[in-house]
Design a binder for this molecule. Structure first.
Ligand code: GLN
Length: 532
């Protein structure tokens, strides 16, 4: 079969859900038996988002092979079976870097190195690179049409259409806003956005129109006429509270068949979406609700803990429970104390983070949940805070701290390994990606995973200091998961507590709606039985 290429661009405003739309299109194509992959192009100059603040960029998603990538890759993994690696995310920084390195090596001897064709060739090369073991490559181009930064990516997409006309399809995600004063949906922003695309030589075949009200036939006709697309290719992307419903919403409008038609590919008579219908049903009709506190320093931005929120939903699916979050800003905990803020919750999850801000608040939350037997699940920095709290309040090591927060501490219970001490560069130098973890029998972790060895993803510099293991063990901490090659602590738990588990790795990155992560399922199961 000839390889097929789909480009997904966005118009009018950002945050329309291009990542989820791309992932949902991946779902639909897989439901017809095609093998797909999804690639995200980010127009910024950072080599990867690893050095950005979560408030700038949202969550940094980590792939199994240890790349720090855009959070949309999390959607691709959750929605599809695509094999996602570092090759699935490329930034302008990476692309310019590759071209400039090649120039220095003499790869372009005698030539003037230019955006067209050298940068655009590098972009196309990356698309072709990921196409080898799949039928269709979906490329999501970050940013909004009209941005200066995304132009080389759009130019590469334009060129590909000319070079492989029958094998390339352009889909544009746009906004059709509802204007209250006029009581009308407005098509003008979409017309302008498509106009901008056509100025650069791209005529999208399909429009996904994000809207808060259903599109009438008249509106669809108008968009079709002014944007030069067929009426049936004007797809309504109505707001929904459930992202897992989006493949179904698109499929009801035949988006899968329209795409396959344009690409000249066969469609199955009945595409396989039953499992999606089932999870949507479970999410809409849960047996009960559970309120989980999310206690961290980046709670103000919804995108900072994207995979955590999704993994909690998956844990809910496994238990037929609707998970409701209560965000607990640990900086506020420092000012006001946890008692005032905590309210009615059945469990607390504590996500990762960097730097000292809000950490004392996190430690305060750990003390509260430990003493009050509230189910607790700590992740990365959340695990490190649990260790510090236990050292201070159970082991009597009052000055215990992580050396990330206090390099001079008398009790560095969390510290750098010697090899990390030597690291000077900031980008891509943490412990990153998948590592094995050996589980101890008879622990909560073992009961959840039901396996002796699991692979989990990492993104951190600091580690548990093994010098303190014995003291901790004597006081009741169990080290239930260990990275065997270097004898590093991966999972801690407490006995005589309903559920106190914390991991140095990030289990949230591997949870999927159809394969909820065992630790998230166990945490939600225990939390939904606790009434506080
Ligand atoms: N800041 C901590 C470290 O670098 C924790 C990182 C995290 O939570 N992802 O080890």
């Amino acid at each position: 079969m000839r390889k097929k290429f789909i480009f997904i661009t966005g118009g009018v405003v950002s945050s329309l859900g291009k990542g989820i739309a791309s992932a949902s299109i991946g779902t639909l194509l897989e439901s017809h038996g095609y093998k797909i992959t999804i690639l995200k192009f980010d127009p910024y100059l950072n080599v990867d988002p690893g050095t950005m603040n979560p408030f700038q960029h949202g969550e940094v998603f980590v792939t199994e092979d240890g790349a720090e990538t855009d959070l949309d890759l999390g959607h691709y993994e959750r929605f599809t079976n695509a094999h996602i690696t570092k090759k699935n995310n490329a930034t302008s920084g990476q692309i310019y870097n590759a071209v400039l390195m090649r120039e220095r090596e003499g790869g372009y001897l005698g030539k003037t190195v230019q955006v067209v064709p050298h940068i655009t060739d590098e972009i196309k090369k990356r698309i072709v690179d990921v196409s080898h073991s799949v039928d269709i490559v979906i490329s999501e181009i970050g940013g909004t049409v009209g941005d200066i930064e995304s132009l080389p990516f759009l130019e590469a997409a334009r060129q590909m259409h000319i070079q492989k006309e029958k094998d390339v399809l352009h889909i544009h995600l746009t906004l059709v806003p509802y204007i209250k004063a006029a009581d009308e949906l407005k098509t003008k922003p979409t017309q302008h956005s498509v106009g901008r695309l056509r100025e650069i030589g791209i005529q999208p075949e399909i429009l996904l129109c994000r809207t808060e009200r259903p599109l009438t036939d008249d509106i669809k006709e108008k968009i079709a006429l002014f944007c030069n697309v067929k009426k049936e290719a004007v797809i309504e992307a109505l707001d929904t509270d459930l992202i897992y419903e989006i493949p179904l919403i698109f499929s009801r409008q035949n988006l899968d068949r329209i795409i396959l038609g344009y690409l000249g590919l066969k469609a199955e008579k009945d595409n396989e979406l039953t499992k999606w219908k089932k999870i949507v049903y479970t999410l809409r009709n849960p047996d009960k609700e559970v309120v989980i506190g999310v206690a961290g320093k980046y709670v103000k931005l919804q995108d900072s803990y994207k995979s955590i929120y999704e993994a909690l939903i998956h844990g809910g699916i496994a238990n037929k429970v609707r998970v409701i979050y209560k965000k607990i800003d640990t900086e506020l905990v420092e000012k006001e104390g946890i008692d005032k803020i905590i309210g009615n919750i059945s469990g607390i999850i504590m996500p990762g983070g960097f730097g000292i801000r809000g950490v004392e608040g996190m430690i305060g939350v750990v003390k509260y949940v430990r003493e009050n037997n509230i189910p607790f699940f700590g992740i990365c920095l959340g695990m490190q805070c649990s260790v510090v709290e236990f050292a201070r309040n159970v082991c009597g090591l009052k000055e215990a701290a992580s050396t990330e927060c206090n390099p001079e501490t008398a009790h560095p219970v969390i510290c750098l390994l010697p090899r990390q001490e030597e690291v000077k560069m900031m980008g891509g130098t943490m412990r990153l990606g998948g590592y094995p973890c050996r589980l101890k029998k008879g622990t909560i972790a073992y009961a959840a995973y039901r396996k002796s060895v699991v692979y989990e993803r990492h993104r951190h510099r600091y580690e548990f200091n093994n010098k303190y293991r014995e003291i901790f063990e004597k006081k009741g901490m169990v080290f239930s998961g260990i990275y065997p090659d270097e004898n590093l602590v991966e999972i801690i738990e407490l006995t005589n507590h309903p559920f106190f588990v914390a991991t140095q790795f990030h289990p949230e990155f591997k949870s999927k709606p159809f394969a909820p992560h065992p630790l998230f399922s166990a945490f939600i199961s225990v939390s939904s039985k606790s009434i506080f």
